[in-house]
Design a protein around this ligand. Structure first.
Ligand SMILES: O=C(COP(=O)(O)O)[C@H](O)[C@H](O)COP(=O)(O)O
Length: 323
């Protein structure tokens, strides 16, 4: 390992995020924080960085850059890296190492607590006997449904399969394990089943300063249909999903994934000259979202900017940028 080369655990975690073995905004964030802790341990042991605080810091920044480059849309990833690197302090390698490991642990703890707290808030929106519709697989959204069940409410779910990667199957399995009766549907059946549901519950990869919710592709269409049917829709999102760069007018990059997720190479060959597009996320305008449920309570999307300013200030530092 040279002073700027990420350690094997960081490369492994980065690869798992890029290939989506590790996926979902909260899970990605906690894996990234843990990867930085692993980097700190490895760098403290390595010849090039073990006795040189400046080289140690440089290796931490390089590891953060490698993690940052894996997927572009979930802001929980850079927010996790920022949280840990901004708390890296000390004059010796050992002090630096300890500060990184402590920050990483504190971040993961905070993440777990936030999810539990927002689960209670989201659960309060659900009534005994409600049926919810879900899209994709969101641990924050599931926390709300599971907390409602723990409150003793009887909840059923209509689960959208979520093409192309079918994360709905993970949701279906987890809800079944929580004792929630599940009906799995194809995405295009959603509008038909909206007549039978009381709430739509989704997660978020990023939330923009204007209250726009960036989540799995298909969320915006679902939100528009839910509004047309009069079904309330909430986003369950802990505050690490707030995108601080959008405070200064930046937009959120939407990840475009490989066409092979949409069509197998053989069928594509048979069809001939076409192009295939595979955006992984979309933006739901704030006017189609009823509430954003966070660990600080629920907010109308248009007012989320106040919370964003309070928690992130006016900007978003990039402590990993310096080489
Ligand atoms: O869009 C997705 C996952 O997309 P992908 O499968 O492409 O990562 C989830 O709804 C959010 O990340 C929220 O998840 P969580 O609430 O667990 O953070």
């Amino acid at each position: 390992m040279t002073d700027t080369e990420p350690s094997p655990p960081v490369r492994e975690i980065a690869e798992s995020i890029a290939t989506m073995e590790i996926r979902g905004a909260a899970t990605i964030a906690s894996a990234a924080a843990e990867a930085l802790a692993a980097q700190a341990e490895a760098a403290a042991e390595a010849d090039a960085t073990g006795s040189d605080p400046a080289a140690f810091r440089a290796s931490m920044r390089a590891a953060a850059r490698t993690l940052r480059e894996t997927r572009p849309t979930a802001v929980s990833l850079p927010n996790a890296l920022r949280y840990v690197l901004q708390r890296m302090e000390g004059d010796s390698v050992d002090a630096l190492r300890r500060s990184v490991v402590d920050a990483s642990e504190a971040f993961v703890d905070q993440l777990d607590r936030a999810q539990e707290d927002l689960g209670q808030v989201g659960a309060n929106r659900l009534a005994d006997g409600d049926t919810v519709m879900t899209h994709c697989h969101s641990t924050d959204a599931l926390a709300c449904i599971e907390a409602a069940v723990e409150q003793g409410k009887s909840i059923s779910a209509v689960v959208k399969e979520t093409r192309p990667r079918q994360q709905g199957h993970i949701t279906a399995e987890q809800l079944r394990d929580a004792g929630v009766p599940v009906t799995l549907i194809v995405d295009s059946a959603a509008r038909r089943y909206l007549d039978e549901v009381d709430h739509v519950v989704v997660g978020a990869d990023s939330i923009a300063a204007d209250g726009g919710v960036i989540n799995k592709i298909g969320t915006s269409g679902l939100a528009v249909n839910a509004r047309e049917r009069g079904v309330p829709i909430m986003t369950a999102a802990q505050t690490i999903k707030l995108h601080p760069e959008t405070l200064t007018g930046h937009t959120v990059e939407i990840e475009m994934r490989d066409e092979s997720e949409v069509i197998d190479p053989e069928s594509r060959e048979e069809i001939g000259e076409i192009s295939v597009a595979n955006p992984a996320f979309d933006v739901t305008p704030p006017r189609y979202m009823d509430a954003i449920v966070t660990e600080h309570g629920q907010f109308p999307p248009e007012s989320i900017v106040a919370l964003m300013r309070e928690l992130f200030g006016e900007g978003a530092a990039e402590p990993w940028a310096e080489r």
